[in-house]
Write a protein that binds this ligand. Structure first.
Ligand SMILES: Cc1ncc(COP(=O)(O)O)c(C=O)c1O
Length: 420
């Protein structure tokens, strides 16, 4: 039997991307957990934050904190400028046509709920249909179930094959004259599958059906251009793309957002209010009732600046190499089954180990300072499709290294030794 230290594979030559230098930007990665160097492989749940984001938020509270949009004083003006400058930077990052199409929300979850309620609520009726895929996160299922339940509409599901790839022929067959909306993950958080969304958007549009893309897992792992894609709505979360928690973005095409009713009522989303009538504000403010997460917006703007300041394309290529290396290294371990073997994958390696529950894998790896996620990953229908209760999931960011994959492999061998 090989010694544990011998089980690492030769590292790929790799890319020119300097992960060691990038790691210096993320102070949390330097720490020890249980006396071992932290190996953070839970990036699909939330990513770590570079010092640039932490500094921008600290600076906001030290130098600019004030409420926005309504003040005439110096600080209010400064805070408003920082918040709106962040919106502009996010607009340019995803290439939206104008900043009015960038709605600050709490998260991907809130963005999808907003669209389900404000667009779905106005367009769905009894007998209508919404198409989702078999690999959606619960946040792109439950809001649609809720609105369909209210309106008497129903959900149709694009199936997937054993590799975790959607059946595109079946997708086309699911369209009917009753199809009113499609909502689809760009990248699956449970399987890592990269869906051919450009093609799937074109398919929906050829039938006159609008489409929302859940980009929670895509924005940290790919360059997203909403105009090139042509999608009607695109949702993502700040905390998965190296920004703060509690802030996310809904992109929507202006004409659609303008025709939708507001999501919530309150301050800032109005032009004028009397007890008889309220005139709503222009975009994007119509959808941003009340005091928003101002420091979160500023932090997300700083995350975009950070991504634009590094070799992001190189980082994506490095992640691809990490995933390829981890896939072949884990495939060598007897008893491991990788769940999700799509030809196009990003960021995520889900697996099960014969006879050992994923939670036990996660707990024993944690003893070695290795953070992975275990469970259904808020995608229970994916687990049902593969006939398993849960998986163990390692998920990568550009600051991860081949040595960390080796630590994961050694950790899994240790799990087998302890529990096998
Ligand atoms: C594909 C996908 N969609 C939606 C979400 C929900 O994101 P949030 O919890 O930030 O709203 C997640 C989070 O894991 C996700 O991976």
């Amino acid at each position: 039997m090989r010694a544990l230290d011998d089980i690492v594979m030769p590292h790929p030559v790799g890319t020119s991307f300097d992960a060691a230098r990038i790691r210096a930007d993320f102070p949390i990665l330097k720490q020890q957990v249980n006396g071992k160097p932290l190996v953070y492989l839970d990036n699909a749940a939330t990513s770590q934050k570079p010092m640039a984001v932490i500094d921008a938020m600290t600076r906001f509270y030290l130098e600019e904190n004030s409420n926005i949009h309504r003040g005439v004083h110096f600080l209010s003006d400064k805070a408003t400028q920082s918040y709106e400058a962040a919106r502009s930077r996010i607009r340019s990052f995803i290439n939206a046509a104008d900043a009015g199409e960038i709605i600050f929300v709490r998260s991907t979850t809130e963005a999808i709920n907003l669209v389900a309620r404000c667009f779905g609520g106005g367009h769905l009726g009894a007998g209508d249909e919404v198409i989702l895929s078999a690999m959606e996160h619960h946040s792109n299922i439950v809001p649609w179930q809720m609105i369909c339940g209210e309106k008497g509409a129903r959900i149709r599901v694009i199936p997937m094959n054993d590799e975790g790839e959607l059946d595109l022929a079946e997708y086309e067959r699911l369209f009917s004259p009753r199809t009113k909306f499609v909502a689809l993950a760009h990248i699956s958080n449970a399987l890592g599958t990269v869906n051919p969304i450009a093609e799937m958007i074109a398919t929906a549009h050829a039938r006159g059906v609008p489409i929302l893309i859940d980009g929670a897992q895509a924005v940290p792992h790919s360059a997203v251009d909403v105009r090139a894609l042509g999608c009607d709505f695109y949702a993502f979360s700040g905390h998965k793309m190296f920004g703060p928690t509690g802030i996310g973005i809904l992109y929507g095409k202006r004409e659609l957002l303008e025709a939708m009713p507001p999501y919530q009522g309150g301050g800032d989303m109005i032009k004028s209010v009397t007890f008889e009538k309220t005139i709503y504000n222009d975009l994007p403010h119509k959808f941003e009732a009340g005091t928003p997460n101002i420091s979160g917006g500023v932090g997300l703007g700083a995350a975009v600046d950070y991504l634009q300041s590094i070799d992001f394309e190189g980082g994506i290529a490095h992640e691809r190499e990490l995933l390829r290396y981890a896939t072949s290294a884990l495939s060598e371990i007897s008893g491991i089954h990788i769940v999700g073997r799509a030809k196009r994958k990003a960021g995520v390696l889900s697996f099960v180990l014969d006879g050992i529950h994923p939670h036990d894998i996660g707990t024993i790896l944690d003893d070695d300072g290795i953070a992975i996620r275990t469970g259904h990953h808020c995608a229970q229908p994916v687990m049902q499709r593969f006939g398993i209760p849960a998986t163990a999931r390692a998920s990568f960011a550009f600051y991860n290294t081949f040595e960390e994959v080796d630590a994961l492999v050694r950790g899994i061998h240790n799990v087998k030794k302890v529990l096998g």
